[in-house]
Design a protein around this ligand. Structure first.
Ligand code: BGC
Length: 756
């Protein structure tokens, strides 16, 4: 438990200024509105250590790859959503002395992120070197309603004397990424003109414009420009106890949404409209927009304040990162909270985030995530072709922003191919949850058949075994590379082949015109291709150890020395920092859910005893050194009734960043794994699954919780499910719905209560 942040159900609260925590708080208090976001840097100048970060989703730079031994098939560049102009800047000087928290005496400091409305507030009292005491209140938000608008209100009150206060709000586009591979600057200036800065990304050619409109109690501003900077300056004389309040409205527009020659005017118009609406009206608009967002996705946990704050923080961060308004956007592992992972797309989206958006934001938003991959299908086919695959086989990249592969470690780029399975599974998951089978005809089938073609070429016929095998892969457990017959990869490959065949049959029978179009466009010969898929599925080798009753993670896993995590000296962990790579590869320790990832996705295929045996075996060997891991184990632990373990694993995921378990939160928050935390509450403790089109619940509450209530959006309705030790209650807004609770089906008209 982090003693530094206060536990509060709806807020993150920091009550003192700790220069050593500035960077971690910059990550935790980050703001986002789904299309852009930024770290919680201070508005005023700060000369202490800080990681400046403001990001515009999908505006990226192709940073030339840096690699030791180049391998054919490696990508030329790593696309990163780059650090963009510092739009929040407000320089402040009191009687000529610049306000800088690293230089003044901080008497009081309070910062809160109000998660209910996504508003960041900071209040502080400082003593300047010259002796003047001043109070400051800075309030900032990124408008959810006006997606190109950022707002700052910055108020200064001299406390002990009349003071001359200079406010100098500015926008600075002269920014860099700290992770640039060749120390390059990624932006170049197009023009700086009055109140607007315009810049262009080198190579990728995105343009963006930032404009500011400012007010300060009627004071007149002087506008000055320098290369890549605009600044307004005004000086006010303020008596002790009187407050001078600056409001700044920033328009942030990019060529994703505007023609380059219209960008400056667009940014100016956004800022001017913000100013015309005024701070208070914009704040009310923000509160209403966020209230609508929370309706339909809140989770209430009674009896455990830390768990409550933890899960709200996860939901809040996910809502800030992605809203489904643009199919070019996706969810980077760190969202808008830092540079790490470059803001680009991993399998995290399909395997972890999609179910969250499906159940909280609804079908349309989740569909955008699927369409993102559909739009990149041709690139995935090109990517597979570069690696030697033919005939329309698709291998989606491990890391991408525009459909091209960006990852350049061979064991992951070429071998961690299970990502293709997650992308196919997401189509299935979406159709299962929404009932929208039309999606198969519109987009889904093309993706599925191209993925199936990949698997059908990626397997090898083993004469020795008389079976198909899958050679040279890396499973989700990245602590083993180039293994043969990774159970998870082979299992999901077989599943893809079966599901693609089912989807083809559905489209042929129900949407003949789409079927004909797809066959022509993709050269699909259903009879011949699905017959081969079927043969592969029947003859695929899937490793098992019958004596132990477990699925075998990969060939040779049991040859390794079988040491358990419990036997490992805690001082040796995390092993990825303490051990040589060679030692890691030879050990039996598992980085993250692997066999159990498969058992989680395909729970219905296995009986409880099989799940229990595999869970016991693999959990004892899993280090959870990826943040994506404990949530999957937590769900399975709850399923087999091991509530103590489920709760222990849940705590590792839900407050991972708040409590900074991994001592790295200053780099950014683990946004995609936050979706995993949501999964462990709703699917783990709530036991939610969709079976045959019916939403089912099998709640298991942790000891510490009096009750758990969660909301889900299901086929156009909002359901509130409340689980206590005595009963399960379901309230339904919208059409009556059938649900299953502990194996029994009920129709919920408005409200239902089922005693345990
Ligand atoms: C995990 C991957 C994940 C990536 C980004 C890695 O540490 O092993 O499964 O996709 O982080 O979150």
């Amino acid at each position: 438990m982090n003693e530094y942040l206060k536990t509060d159900p709806w807020k993150l609260v920091e009550e003192r200024f700790d220069p050593l925590r500035v960077e971690s708080s910059e990550s935790l208090f980050a703001l986002g509105n789904g299309v852009m976001g930024g770290r919680a840097n201070f508005e005023e100048h700060y000369s202490g250590p800080s990681l400046q970060g403001n990001y515009i989703g999908a505006v990226y730079y192709p940073d030339k790859t840096r690699v030791g031994w180049w391998k054919n098939g490696y990508p030329e560049y790593f696309a990163k959503v780059l650090n963009a102009a510092f739009w929040i800047g407000v320089d402040v000087a009191i009687d000529g002395e610049r306000l800088d928290l690293a230089r003044v005496e901080v008497l009081d400091f309070y910062r809160e992120m109000d998660m209910r409305r996504s508003v960041l507030t900071r209040r502080m009292r400082v003593r300047m070197a010259g002796g003047a005491e001043v109070a400051v209140e800075a309030v900032r938000f990124l408008s959810l309603e006006r997606r190109e608008l950022g707002v700052v209100r910055y108020a200064v009150t001299p406390l002990d004397r009349t003071a001359e206060i200079e406010f100098s709000p500015y926008i600075d586009a002269d920014v860099r990424n700290t992770d640039a591979n060749y120390d390059e600057k990624f932006w170049e200036e197009v023009a700086t003109d009055g109140d607007v800065v315009r810049s262009r990304t080198k190579k990728s050619g995105f343009e963006a414009a930032w404009a500011q409109a400012v007010t300060l109690d009627g004071a007149r501003f002087r506008c000055t420009t320098e290369p890549e900077k605009v600044r307004h300056t005004a000086v006010v004389r303020c008596e002790a106890g009187r407050t001078a309040t600056l409001c700044k409205y920033a328009g942030i527009c990019s060529s994703l949404n505007h023609a380059p020659d219209e960008l400056a005017d667009a940014a100016r118009a956004v800022a001017a409209d913000g100013l015309a609406a005024g701070f208070d009206a914009l704040l009310r608009e923000q509160e209403e927009a966020w209230a609508r967002r929370w309706h339909g996705c809140d989770i209430v946990i009674e009896g455990d304040d830390e768990a409550q704050q933890g899960i709200r923080f996860c939901i809040f961060m996910l809502l800030q990162t992605y809203t489904g308004v643009d199919t070019r956007l996706n969810i980077g592992p760190k969202g808008f909270t830092g540079e790490k992972y470059g803001g680009v797309t991993y399998w995290d989206t399909e395997a972890y985030c999609l179910p969250f958006y499906l159940a909280t934001a609804g079908a349309e938003v989740a569909r955008e995530l699927l369409v993102y991959r559909y739009d990149q299908l041709d690139k995935a086919i090109e990517n597979a072709a570069k690696l030697g695959f033919r005939d329309g086989a698709a291998l989606y990249p491990m890391v991408t922003i525009n459909g091209e592969e960006c990852h350049n470690e061979w064991e992951i780029t070429f071998e961690e191919i299970h990502r293709n399975g997650a992308i196919a599974y997401a189509v299935f998951n979406y159709v299962r949850y929404t009932g929208d089978e039309e999606y198969l005809a519109e987009c889904g089938l093309e993706v599925l058949l191209s993925i199936a073609r990949f698997w059908a070429q990626r397997i090898t016929w083993s004469e020795a075994r008389g079976q198909y095998v899958m050679l040279g892969v890396t499973g989700p457990n990245e602590y083993e590379n180039n293994v043969n017959n990774n159970w998870y990869t082979s299992y999901i490959a077989c599943w893809c082949l079966r599901y693609a065949a089912e989807a083809a049959a559905w489209v042929r029978e129900n949407r003949p015109a789409d079927y004909a179009r797809i066959c022509a466009k993709r050269g699909f010969d259903e009879g011949a291709e699905t017959a081969r898929w079927q043969r592969i599925v029947e003859k695929m080798y899937l490793g098992e150890d019958r004596e132990r009753g477990i699925f075998l993670q990969q060939d040779g896993y049991l040859d390794k020395e079988q040491v358990l995590v419990a036997d490992l000296d805690p001082a040796e962990r995390p092993i990825n920092q303490k051990w040589s790579w060679d030692r890691i590869l030879r050990s039996c320790f598992i980085k993250q859910a692997d066999v159990l990832q498969g058992i989680y996705l395909f729970q219905e295929d296995f009986d409880l005893e099989t799940i229990r045996r595999n869970f016991r075996f693999y959990e004892a060997r899993t280090l959870h050194e990826s943040s994506l891991s404990p949530c999957v184990h937590a769900i399975l632990a709850a399923k087999i009734g091991d509530m103590e373990k489920a709760y222990e694993l849940y705590l590792r995921t839900a407050r991972l960043d708040l409590d900074d378990y991994n001592r790295e939160v200053e780099e950014g928050c683990h946004v995609t794994s936050m979706a995993g935390s949501w999964l462990s509450v709703v699917e783990g403790f709530g036991g939610m699954r969709v079976k045959e089109g019916v939403l089912t619940f099998a709640p298991h509450l942790p000891e510490a919780w009096r009750s758990l209530a969660f909301k889900v959006n299901y086929r156009g309705r909002v359901l509130t499910v409340k689980c206590t030790r005595e009963a399960v209650e379901v309230a339904c807004e919208g059409e009556p719905v059938e649900v299953e609770i502990a194996g029994v089906r009920y129709c919920v008209d408005r409200e239902l209560r089922v005693e345990n």
